[in-house]
Design a protein around this ligand. Structure first.
Ligand code: AMP
Ligand code: GLY
Length: 422
């Protein structure tokens, strides 16, 4: 029998964690949500506790002291530090992989070698321990190539280089990053990109509805890479046969491969894909929910999220199926002036909550903080404005109407998310 009155801890402070807390709080089985450290948007849903996401000992002890029934880990940083191992050691159910299993995200070298070992379709690649040998290889190989730092680099660790000059510059930049002790140089793939996320108990997968993230800063997918400027759900041109192929060729071999190598992977497995003319290929894996994809996925979920997360922890995913509403969801990110290079922080934010509610728009906070009575910007991506509708166009017009209810000096956003041709 399912237990009620659950107490959940959400770890993180971005738009993804606000969306997770919102969906978890909507469950009739959940009576209490803590967020560590959370953000001002989460205050109505959750008790925010000032523990940083990298303070894994304090997080685990807090969960123990409060008798938390399930800890849900949002970002990659605490996974890389071993938060799930620490929680499991204390007997607290954790939704998120162990440090070793999270290597699939935290080390590109590990992930590429893993994909080779398990025949998972991905770009051909070579690994270099120093800048000179990487440059020598690039000269012989020719461009375009993709240069990647090995470790976590907050979105700065990947460069798609079209000329040898760009590629050599990328090698120099990446070898200077903390994450750049080893450098991956891989073939450039062409096609449409899509994100495919599943919840897994390490044996079976519960697929989430497909999503498309818009990573570039400018309209028409131009300009520098960002953490993500918006998302559309479902991803355009995704059908059941493509989903079946992704599950068969990429997701299930990954889950089985991890298990065969002794890792029971519990959490979200997020495949960043290129849909090429030769079929879907894995660009990368993430060991967590995507941001901003989650802000557009969860409003489409009719099932109880807590049931799915619990199934992953308890190893019962094979007996569950998730239900999704018809239609579409669009999330547009309102960003700070200067993002992604040098975001201007501390700008006062105004939100017309009443109008947003009347227009049925969801607003998830990301880079916001309280400064006395005021709400001010504290990050590059500040707010996620989300519309649900009967079609992508309908959802997009709701999200863009929602953007007229929020404001801060220097606010900007992409104007083409979910719009024709995007
Ligand atoms: P990653 O962090 O590995 O997903 O890379 C970030 C972005 O770089 C991806 O979303 C793609 O747009 C691009 N990218 C990464 N690897 C490749 C590749 N092999 N071919 C083309 N584009 C790539
Ligand atoms: N939206 C990309 C990510 O979450 O990594």
């Amino acid at each position: 029998m399912k237990r009620d009155n659950l107490c959940i801890l959400v770890i993180g402070q971005g738009g993804r964690e606000h969306a997770l807390a919102w969906k978890l709080k909507a469950s009739p089985r959940v009576s209490k949500v803590y967020a560590a450290p959370g953000n001002p948007g989460m205050e109505k849903l959750a008790e925010c506790v000032p523990i940083r996401v990298d303070d894994i000992r304090s997080l685990a002890h807090f969960a123990l002291e409060k008798g938390v029934d399930l800890a849900v880990i949002g970002p990659e940083a605490p996974l890389a530090l071993g938060i799930s191992d620490e929680l499991i050691r204390l007997g607290i159910p954790a939704f998120g992989p162990t440090k070793a299993a999270a290597s699939i995200e935290t080390s590109k070298v590990w992930a590429k070698c893993f994909m080779t070992r398990h025949n998972i379709p991905t770009a051909d690649y070579s690994v270099f321990g120093d800048a000179d040998s990487a440059k020598c290889y690039i000269r012989a190989h020719g461009c375009p190539v993709v240069v990647k730092a090995d470790g976590l680099a907050a979105g700065k660790g990947v460069v798609v280089a079209h000329t040898p000059e760009e590629a050599e510059h990328a090698v120099d930049t990446i070898s200077n990053l903390a994450a750049g002790s080893e450098i991956v140089v891989e073939d450039c793939l062409f096609g449409r990109e899509a994100s495919y996320l599943v919840i897994t108990d390490g044996m079976s997968a519960l697929p989430l509805i497909s999503a498309k993230d818009h990573k570039r800063a400018g309209d028409g997918d131009k300009g520098p890479n960002t953490g993500g400027m918006g998302a559309i759900v479902p991803a355009p041109a995704f059908d059941t046969s493509l989903e079946a192929q992704i599950l068969e060729d990429i997701i299930m071999p990954t889950i089985r491969g991890l298990s065969d190598e002794g890792h029971r992977y519990v959490g979200v497995l997020y495949a960043g894909l290129m849909l090429t003319s030769q079929g879907p290929m894995a660009l990368e894996f993430n060991a967590r929910f995507g941001d901003p994809e989650t802000q557009a996925i969860l409003p489409m979920m009719e099932s109880d999220l807590v049931d799915a997360l619990e199934a992953a922890v308890e190893g019962t995913c094979s007996s569950m199926k998730l239900k999704w509403r018809d239609g579409a969801c669009v999330c547009v990110v309102a960003a700070s002036q200067g993002y992604p290079e040098k975001p201007q922080l501390g700008r006062e934010i105004s939100i017309d909550e009443e109008q947003a509610e009347k227009d049925d728009v969801l607003i998830f906070h990301a880079g916001t903080r309280r400064d006395g009575e005021k709400l001010v910007t504290s990050g590059g991506r500040v707010l996620n404005v989300v519309g649900v509708g009967d079609s992508v166009e309908d959802a997009a017009s709701r999200a863009y109407r929602g953007l007229s209810h929020v404001n801060f000096e220097g606010m900007w956003f992409r104007c083409d998310i979910g719009r024709p041709g995007a």
